[in-house]
Design a protein around this ligand. Structure first.
Ligand code: ZN
Length: 437
C-alpha cells in the first residue's frame, strides 16, 4: 500500500509523513497489538475533533464538558443581564455541542450536566426563580430564548435527514439509505426500492433521526422536505416542551400576551428590561415575597412601614406614587388625551396605546422608572444610604436623558422625532445638529 503512496508522491510532489501517521484498529482487529508500517496504532483516535473507537463516548463527553466549563468560567465574571447571559449561553457556551452533537449521540448524563452548568450561569449560581421549561420559551411567551439542548439536537437530526432526502452525492448517503430507506419512503419513495439493500434495524444514530422525525410529525402532520431545516424543526419541536409561566396561572386577570410582548420589545434598555421581566414573573426579592417564602422576618417597606409587596414597592408606596405622575404627564402630552397609569398598567404593562411611537415612549418610561425605583430601594436597604422621592426622580430623569442622547446618535432622525419630539411640550427638540433635552 505504501508503494502506491510513494508512486503518487513521485508524480504529485505530495509526501506521506510516516512518523506522524496513526492507525485505528476497528471491528475484529480492535484487540491487535502489533504495529504494521511502523505507525502508531491504537483502538481510539481523534479525527477532525471527534473521538472514534473504544471509549469514544467517554472521551467525547469529557472533551465537551471541559469546553463548556471553560466558556462558563470565561463569561461568569461579567456583569450581564438575564437576557445577556442567555444570549451568551446560546451563542458561545451551548454552541460547543452542535458540531459533535450532530454526528454522535450525546448521553443523557452529559446533557443533564451541561444543562446544570448553563442554568447556573444564567442565574449566577443563585436560586433558579423561574421554571427551566419557561426560560427556553421565546421572549414573546415569557421566556429568555435560552436554547433547549435536546430539542436543538433533534432539530439537527432533522437537518441531517433533509440532506439525505434532497439527494446528497456523498458516500454516507448509501449507508443512510440502507438503514432508513424504508422508513422515509413518504419523503423519498425511490429510497425504499427493492433493488437496494435495507437493514432490518436502523443503527442507533438513525433511531434518533427517526424519533426526531416522529416528534416533528406530531406538530406538523403533512411534513415536506423544505420543513426539515434546523430552524423550523426547532421552532416546532419546542412547542412540545413548552411550559406555561407559573405567574399566568396565579394572576388570571392580567393579559400576559400583551405583557410579554411589551417586555420583549427591543426599545427597552437591558437593565430596565431585566427588572421589568423579573417583576412580571414576580421573582424580584421584595420583602413581603421573601417573608412569604420564610426567608426574612421583616416584610416592611424601606421607606414607610407598610408591607413591601410588588405593587407597594413599585406603585402604591407614598414615596413612589407621585413619580408615576411624570409618566402620566408625558403620555397625556404626546397622546393629547388624559392618560392614567393604573397599577396594572404600571406593573404588568396592560396598556391600550395604539400608536407604536407612543407605545415605545410609554414602555421606555415605565421600564426606566421601575429600574430607578429598584436601584434606589436597594441603595437604601443594603448600602445604608437614604435616597427619597427626589433622588429616584433624579436617577429616572438621568437615565431618560442619557437614553435620548444615545438615540439621537444611533437612530435615524425620523424615528428619533417620532419617538422623542412629539406632543405640545416635547421631551427633546432638534435644531440643525443640536439636541435640546
Ligand atoms: Zn412604602
Amino acid at each position: 500500500m505504501l508503494q502506491w503512496f510513494r508512486l503518487y508522491g513521485d508524480a504529485s510532489g505530495a509526501q506521506l509523513n510516516l512518523v506522524k501517521c496513526k492507525g485505528l484498529w476497528i471491528g475484529v482487529w480492535k484487540g491487535r497489538s502489533d504495529a504494521p508500517f511502523n505507525f502508531v496504532w491504537s483502538n481510539c483516535n481523534k479525527i477532525n475533533g471527534v473521538f472514534f473507537g473504544v471509549n469514544s463516548t467517554f472521551n467525547n463527553c469529557s472533551l465537551l464538558l471541559h469546553k463548556v466549563k471553560k466558556c462558563v468560567n470565561m463569561y461568569s465574571g461579567r456583569n450581564l443581564t438575564l437576557f445577556g447571559r442567555s444570549m451568551i449561553a446560546n451563542t458561545v457556551i451551548a454552541a460547543q455541542l452542535w458540531y459533535i452533537g450532530s454526528i454522535i449521540i450525546l448521553p443523557e448524563t452529559l446533557i443533564t450536566a451541561i444543562n446544570r452548568c448553563l442554568f447556573k450561569f444564567v442565574w449566577r449560581n443563585k436560586i433558579e426563580c423561574v421554571n427551566r421549561g419557561t426560560l427556553t420559551q421565546p421572549a414573546e411567551n415569557g421566556g429568555l430564548n435560552l436554547v433547549h439542548i435536546k430539542t436543538k439536537l433533534a432539530s439537527l437530526r432533522c437537518a441531517h435527514l433533509k440532506q439525505l432526502v434532497e439527494g446528497s452525492q456523498s458516500n454516507w448517503t448509501a449507508f443512510a439509505v440502507y438503514y432508513i430507506g424504508h422508513q422515509i419512503r413518504d419523503l423519498k419513495p425511490e429510497y425504499a426500492a427493492n433493488n437496494r439493500p435495507h437493514a432490518e434495524q436502523p443503527s442507533a444514530f438513525y433511531v434518533e433521526v427517526l424519533n426526531a422525525l416522529k416528534q416533528y410529525k406530531i406538530i406538523n402532520k403533512s411534513i415536506k422536505t423544505s420543513d426539515l431545516n434546523a430552524k423550523s424543526a426547532y421552532k416546532c419541536l419546542l412547542e412540545l416542551e413548552s411550559v406555561q409561566p407559573v405567574i399566568e396561572k396565579k394572576l388570571t386577570n392580567v393579559n400576559f400576551n400583551v405583557a410579554w410582548k411589551a417586555v420583549s420589545n427591543q426599545v427597552l434598555s437591558p437593565w430596565a428590561r431585566d427588572i421589568s421581566w423579573r417583576l412580571l414573573h414576580n421573582v424580584l426579592p421584595v420583602a413581603a415575597h421573601l417573608y412569604h417564602l420564610h426567608i426574612t422576618r421583616n416584610a416592611t417597606c424601606v421607606y414607610c412601614n407598610w408591607p413591601e409587596t410588588f405593587a407597594h414597592c413599585f406603585y402604591s408606596c407614598k414615596y413612589v406614587r407621585s413619580l408615576w405622575c411624570i409618566v402620566e404627564n408625558w403620555m397625556s402630552n404626546v397622546t393629547g388625551q388624559p392618560f392614567v397609569v393604573t397599577q396594572d398598567v404600571a406593573l404588568y404593562l396592560q396598556n391600550a396605546i395604539q400608536n407604536t411611537g407612543h407605545l415605545k415612549l410609554f414602555l421606555i418610561a415605565c421600564a426606566e422608572l421601575k429600574y430607578a425605583i429598584w436601584t434606589q430601594r436597594n441603595r437604601r436597604k443594603f448600602e445604608g444610604k437614604h435616597p427619597l422621592t427626589l433622588d429616584i426622580e433624579r436617577l429616572f430623569l438621568y437615565h431618560v436623558r442619557s437614553r435620548i442622547r444615545a438615540d439621537f446618535v444611533r437612530i435615524d432622525s425620523d424615528s428619533f422625532a417620532n419617538l422623542w419630539c412629539t406632543g405640545t411640550t416635547a421631551l427633546a427638540s432638534v435644531a440643525g445638529h443640536c439636541l435640546k433635552v
